[in-house]
Design a protein around this ligand. Structure first.
Ligand code: HTL
Ligand code: MG
Length: 651
């Protein structure tokens, strides 16, 4: 009989006898493997957390208690157990469940999440709120060893250990982040010796736990070693030193054992960390053997799983360029905050190991370490996803830009990212980067331009952000760095239609993916120009002055929020210059965009091919025959052009 068929909420798991939990775990694992074969997704992490998930729902009620999953990518089991089983075949797709826990999706999801290392601070807040109201629920944070490398997590521990609210912290340790986990704390966890926490346990769990030691020794060798560690006093346990009670490590695939400990820990006062050893990909051979590839799987044949090849990606184009640049200039480094694979750096990490640095999930550290390198004359590239650079914002302004240091920000996953959805959209970076003095921002149209921009960034110095989207791109032909064509800094390029504004009805300014849409929308029309607006900063003020000065209506298109994007920059620039040219800005208008197919979402949000064609049609015929006198200080057309040319945005 299937147990899973009878489970639609946490309480259903609580009703099972502890001996039934292994069967539920086995069914859940099979279900996850089957679901992901159809949808892809975070398979290996979810498989590793199966027993943990079942045990958590056996002991805690996710409607009453707050189970705060860090990142939320390991929660497919949690979603299946909490009423979403039959929606899972659409996970991460348009209209289906999100890939991470999301409060608006289910009351069982305590936190909307996707970025790492937030669980401990959020759980701390919840526990303090609970205690302030003398409410009866439990708070449990579940954090991976990777997520624990984030400064936010460590700083939250500092406060948790100080305030000591009652809470359970489950450390789900599989020795893996997306790639091998890094850092001194990680190394320490490998040889962790444990405080004899038993002596400190204040509650009734105590006697029962003592009875449990003997049978524990029967478990597999890993668990046996773990059992021994329980008794080994260790004065150097950092978690203990930070004011937490520490339990473990225990076998994270023994569901009964985990349930046993969780049940006792919830009776204890203060914060307790339960260190659980798991295996990423557990129970599915390919995923266990290669948890890196199966961290984020594409769909596969469940019986004969083969990881799908991805083809040449923008990330690969970056990785290849970085290898060449580092060979060309021995001051070039690449720093990644835990995204070696995603950022296309596997080959780089082997080609230039001495100038490759993975700092763990610590974007802030990545940025300021780059500042330190640059202060000593090195040329660091921070390879970072748009969405994760949000974590390094203060460091970017305070540590890099104030000093105008030579740091290149290689921003990947710019634009809508698809299946990862709302938490991972790379649609804010230009808006948050644009106000920062001394910083250039550019987006190439292809791999050749990417190379040129990176080379230009390094040669010219100062902070530069070069961004590109998720997805595939044609590889640039092999060429020596010296032969990579230089792109005049701050220049735009007319790529289709009339090059003379006099012959244009409308001009479309686009960059990145939207450039392709613009070309398609314009098609064979001969009086609409398309411009590759590849620099957001500095803008190409000369080009803008020529086209706006001639009264050509402007359509701006971007895969980015409108507020603070390229369209906004153009509109501000024209306003400052006193040029009132008709302008339509296409992009994301003040909404959070969920998971879905990006191309479809671009259309729906009005900046795909159809949206551009409509905007062009609407502006057609609105070209000035003679530019009206500019408003404000400038009196003549020439003066207006001068004003454009001296606008602050150009400097
Ligand atoms: N940086 C930040 C701030 N958040 C995220 N989510 C990432 C990077 C990217 N990321 C993940 S999952 C993951 C990273 C680095 C590894 C987490 O390792 P952990 O969990 O040990 O916590 P495990 O996979 O079960 O081993 C996603 O974006 C999904
Ligand atoms: Mg891990």
């Amino acid at each position: 009989m299937s147990l899973l068929d009878h489970i639609s909420t946490s309480a259903d798991v609580a009703r099972l006898r502890r001996e039934q939990l292994p069967q539920l775990a086995a069914e859940l694992r099979a279900e996850i493997i089957d679901v992901c074969s159809e949808t892809g997704g975070h398979l290996a992490s979810s498989l590793g957390a199966v027993e943990l998930t079942v045990a958590l729902h056996h002991v805690h009620d996710s409607l009453r208690d707050r189970i705060v999953w860090d990142v939320g990518h390991q929660t497919y089991g949690h979603k299946i157990l909490t009423g979403r089983r039959h929606h899972m075949r659409r996970i991460r797709q348009h209209g289906g469940p999100a890939g991470f826990t999301t409060s608006s999706e289910s009351p069982h999801d305590a936190l909307t999440v996707g970025h790492a290392s937030t669980s401990l601070a959020a759980a701390l807040g919840m526990a303090l709120a609970r205690d302030a109201r003398a409410a009866p629920y439990d708070v449990v944070a579940v954090i991976g060893d990777g997520a624990l490398t984030g400064g936010m997590a460590l700083a939250a521990l500092n406060t948790i250990g100080h305030r000591k609210p009652r809470m359970t912290i489950v450390l789900n340790d599989n020795e893996m982040s997306i790639s091998e986990n890094v850092g001194a704390l990680n190394e320490f966890m490998r040889r962790l010796q444990v405080q004899p926490w038993l002596q400190q346990a204040e509650s009734r769990g105590k006697a029962a736990l003592r009875d449990f030691w003997a049978p524990l020794a029967e478990f597999g060798s890993r668990a046996k070693k773990a059992t021994r560690r329980f008794f080994d006093p260790a004065s150097n346990n950092p978690f203990h030193a930070m004011g937490l009670r520490y339990v473990g490590p225990i076998d994270g695939h023994d569901v009964e054992q985990i349930a046993f400990y969780l049940a006792h820990i919830r009776e204890l006062e203060g914060p307790t960390m339960l260190h659980v050893l798991t295996r990423k990909g557990k129970g599915y051979d390919v995923a266990e053997a290669d948890p890196i590839t199966w961290h984020g799987a594409s769909r596969y044949d469940a019986l004969n799983p083969v990881a799908a090849g991805k083809g040449y990606q923008w990330s690969d184009a970056f990785g290849d360029a970085a290898i060449d640049l580092s060979r060309h200039d021995d001051r070039v480094w690449v720093i990644t905050p835990a995204m070696r694979e995603g950022s296309g750096l596997v080959r780089y990490s082997k080609a230039h190991p001495e100038r490759y640095l993975d700092v763990g999930i610590a974007e802030d550290v990545a940025v300021t370490t780059a500042a330190g390198l640059a202060l000593r004359g090195e040329k660091p590239i921070v390879a970072i996803y748009s969405t994760f650079l949000q974590r390094g914002y203060d460091q970017l302004i305070h540590d890099v830009a104030l000093e105008s240091l030579d740091v290149v920000f290689a921003i990947d996953r710019a634009g809508l990212v698809g299946a990862d959805g709302m938490t991972h959209q790379g649609v804010f970076d230009m808006a948050y980067l644009r106000p920062i003095p001394n910083l250039s921002i550019a987006m190439p149209k292809d791999a050749v331009e990417l190379r040129s921009l990176l080379r230009g960034a390094i040669e010219r110095g100062g902070p530069v952000a070069v961004r590109w989207p998720r997805g595939s791109v044609a590889a640039a032909p092999e060429a020596a760095v010296d032969d990579w064509p230089a792109v005049p800094w701050g220049s735009w390029d007319v790529v289709a239609g009339p090059t003379d504004p006099e012959h244009a009805a409308v001009v479309v300014l686009a960059y990145g993916v939207t450039l392709g849409y613009a070309l398609e929308a314009v098609g064979t029309t001969t009086d609409v120009a398309v411009v590759n607006a590849r620099f957001l900063k500095p803008l190409d003020g000369d080009l803008l002055a020529r086209w706006a000065g001639a009264g050509v209506p402007i359509v701006t298109v971007e895969d980015h929020v409108l507020a603070g994007g390229m369209g906004a920059a153009v509109a501000e620039h024209l306003a400052d210059a006193g040029l009132e040219v008709p302008i339509r800005r296409l992009g994301i208008d003040d909404v959070h965009v969920p998971h879905g197919d990006p191309a479809r979402q671009h259309e729906e949000l009005g900046y795909g091919v159809r949206g551009i064609a409509d905007a062009v049609a609407a502006l057609r015929g609105r070209r000035w025959e003679r530019p009206p006198a500019p408003v404000g200080r400038a009196e003549t057309d020439d003066a207006a052009l001068d004003a454009v040319a001296t606008s602050p945005a150009l400097r």
